[in-house]
Design a protein around this ligand. Structure first.
Ligand SMILES: [Zn+2]
Length: 100
């Protein structure tokens, strides 16, 4: 888990250059979903595919669900950046900071 290297690119710079590595799990059952690099401040409303690492579930489908089938989010394209992401449902995931 500690070998995950935070990405440093234009997307990160756009958001102020501050990133944290989060451990994302299902809010309902606590099942691990993935590690996620959150760039910049603010709430986690979508997860960009290029920021997801070590996924425990399939991220190639239209829906993102935990391994027990709870729906977490829906795939979308963030048009401003033409960047695929999962739009997260409110209160669908728990976040734990792995790396500040
Ligand atoms: Zn779940």
């Amino acid at each position: 888990m500690n070998k995950v290297i935070l990405k440093n690119d234009k997307f990160k710079k756009t958001r102020g250059g501050n990133s944290r590595l989060l451990n994302i799990s299902c809010q309902k059952c606590g099942d691990a979903i993935c590690l996620y690099q959150k760039d910049g401040p603010g709430a986690l409303r979508r997860m960009y595919l290029d920021r997801i690492s070590e996924p425990n579930v399939s991220i190639s489908q239209k829906d993102l669900s935990c391994s027990k089938g709870h729906l977490i989010g829906i795939k979308t394209i963030y048009e401003k950046e033409d960047r695929p992401a999962f739009r997260l449902f409110v209160d669908s995931v728990s976040k734990k900071i792995v790396k500040p």
